[in-house]
Design a protein around this ligand. Structure first.
Ligand code: CP
Ligand code: NVA
Length: 322
């Protein structure tokens, strides 16, 4: 069976283990452990990454991570390939499946990455669509696990747009039984189907999903505050949207309502001065660059899991954490 990652709840059953192994893989690699350095589950496999939108973190973390797993990355920019000119997503998928061991796709419409997966014989990883950003959520929860001794009782607050990054963050928090409180201006709420999926998962795991329009209410006594740009890629024509986000900036005053050991998170790139101030971004409690680095470790674990469950299990055995 070919496994895909379109949204983070596609790996609900094994999420905790995927993250634990990402954390361990990072630690062993940094210690120069031979097993981690020589573990090559992709073994000369080519992994193709299609981009319809710009990227810094996703592109570089996939390229470096694929190399570290023994594979080699092919970055396919949409303007350089036939997709979107004369060739359908389905035909592109069937052609690329003949050459590649896995594909990643950053697209505008979520239906397009679903279509790519529908026609693919190899795993497809969503590298951001207008609805989901699962690779980001995996790195984010890995980062939370690293910064808190236990995730029991951790409260995560989101302040900003009800967008792709929130969708996977809320699903991922629910998957680990972490409470998520989100403050969104009226009219920009997350998608109803994602909220329903999140509540279903949270109910199973005994955690809370609380929606509000009040940023102070969301962050009160929170351990983590997370925000993202108010205008996402593809929404550049919606400049009027900014006015609805007055009062939703993460700044010194807002974080004063949080627990003393508060952490600030952002998927980046940040628009300093809009959704977050320099004071917060550059504060010692800001963990945004840990998140950025963890994109690579989390994606390496996800790739190993999706490409070869057997290799993924072996990775655990090798590291003594299976
Ligand atoms: N956070 C994130 O996906 O960054 P890039 O757009 O730089 O890939
Ligand atoms: N919500 C943002 C995330 C960028 C990583 C966007 O989709 O543009």
């Amino acid at each position: 069976m070919t496994r895909h990652l379109l949204a983070i709840d596609d790996v609900e059953d094994d999420f905790e283990m995927i993250l634990k192994w990402a954390v361990e893989f990072k630690r062993l690699w940094k210690e120069g452990d031979d097993v981690a350095v020589n573990f090559m589950p992709l073994d000369t496999m080519a992994v193709g990454s299609i981009y319809e939108k710009p990227s810094t973190r996703t592109r570089v973390s996939f390229e470096v991570g694929i190399n570290r797993l023994g594979g080699y990355p092919l970055t396919l920019l949409k303007n350089d390939i036939q997709l979107g000119k004369s060739e359908t997503v389905g035909d592109t998928s069937q052609v690329l499946s003949r050459f590649l061991g896995a594909m990643t796709y950053r697209c505008f419409a979520h239906a397009d990455v679903a279509e790519l997966a529908n026609y693919a014989d190899v795993p497809v990883l969503n590298a951001l669509s207008d609805k989901h950003h699962p690779c980001q959520a995996a790195a984010d929860l890995m980062t939370i696990m690293e910064h808190f001794i236990s995730t029991d009782g951790v409260k995560v607050a989101w302040v900003g747009d009800g967008n792709n990054v929130l969708h996977d963050l809320m699903l991922a928090c629910a998957m680990l039984g972490i409470d998520i409180h989100y403050a969104i201006p009226e009219g920009y709420e997350p998608a109803e189907d994602v909220v329903k999926r999140t509540i279903d998962i949270a109910t199973k795991n005994g955690s809370k999903v609380i929606a509000t329009n009040d940023p102070v209410e969301a962050v009160s006594d929170a351990d983590v505050v997370y925000t993202d740009v108010f205008i996402s890629m593809g929404e550049e024509h919606m400049k009027d949207k900014m006015a609805s986000f007055d009062g939703f900036q993460v700044n010194e005053k807002l974080v004063s309502h949080m627990n003393d050991e508060w952490k600030f998170m952002h998927c980046l790139p940040a628009h300093r001065g809009d959704e977050v101030t320099d004071w917060v971004m550059d504060h010692e409690n800001s963990i945004v660059f840990d998140q950025a680095e963890n994109r690579m470790w989390a994606q390496m674990s996800l790739l190993a899991y999706l490409v070869s469950f057997e290799a993924w299990e072996t990775m655990g055995e090798f590291m003594g954490i299976g």
